[in-house]
Design a protein around this ligand. Sequence first.
Ligand SMILES: [Zn+2]
Length: 341
Amino acid sequence: MRIDTPMLLGPNQPSQAYPGGGRGARFRGLDAQGSPEPEDWIASVTARWGQAPSGLSVLEDGTTLKDAIEAEPEAFLGPDHVAAFGADPFLLVKLLDSAERLVVHCHPDRSFAQAHLGCAHGKTEAWLVLEAEPGAEVYLTFRREVARDELGDWVSRQDVDRMLEALHPIAVQPGSAVLVPAGVPHAIGAGILLVELQEPTDFSVMLEQGRFQGGDLGLGFDVALGCVDRAAWSLERLSHLLGPGLGQHGAVLPGAADPFFRAEHLLGSASDRIAGFGVLVVVDGVGELAGEFPGRPLPLRRGATVLVPYAAGPMELRGDVEGIWCRPPAPDAPRPARPEV
Ligand SMILES: [Zn+2]
């Protein structure tokens, strides 16, 4: 396996309790066979919670990306990244295709994960919408403060109507970008295909059980509900979670995402240069990645997902093509428990 070239990655679809709508396969130009899986974990070193090795990306030679990075961390991640973060990419990228509204849930932040789950990562995430049916919505943050007992009551009675009623609905269109800080309750509506950036864990607390079982991270809901942000969010505060999105060239997420991950909208027509470790998701058009790496430029089209190792050197995206360049935080980024908004 060569670490000095960009690597095209195929689908990696650990099975989920809920169905996809086939948008992920169509996006990749593949036939959706059987009942389509909703999630595609790209360049993943993260296993599903309690179900390793499911979730881990496997490279062409059969090794997991996780083992490959641990064997040669500087070649994959670069010396500055390794000095700051060790052999940990600090990033998980997914494609997510919602055929139905997904359950109301939330994720722990770094402090909660450290205290209760023995992990330095929480799971702040962000959504970059590629496709959305007319009227599609996502839900995040409570409109009013919800008391601990009231939340516990909703969860134990599974009063989903009250949960949804308490959340801010947000209309989304193709190109929308939403930062979802760890702790805030959220749900993705039906009819959406998005690229998701996350801290590299699979920690979820299911306020709504839906098709899931458990959902308390093995902590019991008394403890698990301690990670929920029950505060009232004003629309003004919520607006700071919305990024510039894919309507323009450059950063797509709000600045508060920077300590967790970075994402940039690249246009081949701008001959965008990329360098260092990251994951490129080609969202439209046809083009190529060209650089000083061995071999020919790498041809790309909508739906291609590419792992770019540090050792492949700087390269350029060329052609009539658009991509999302997903990266871990900068090595010198601060490390708040959750985005400061
Ligand atoms: Zn989530």
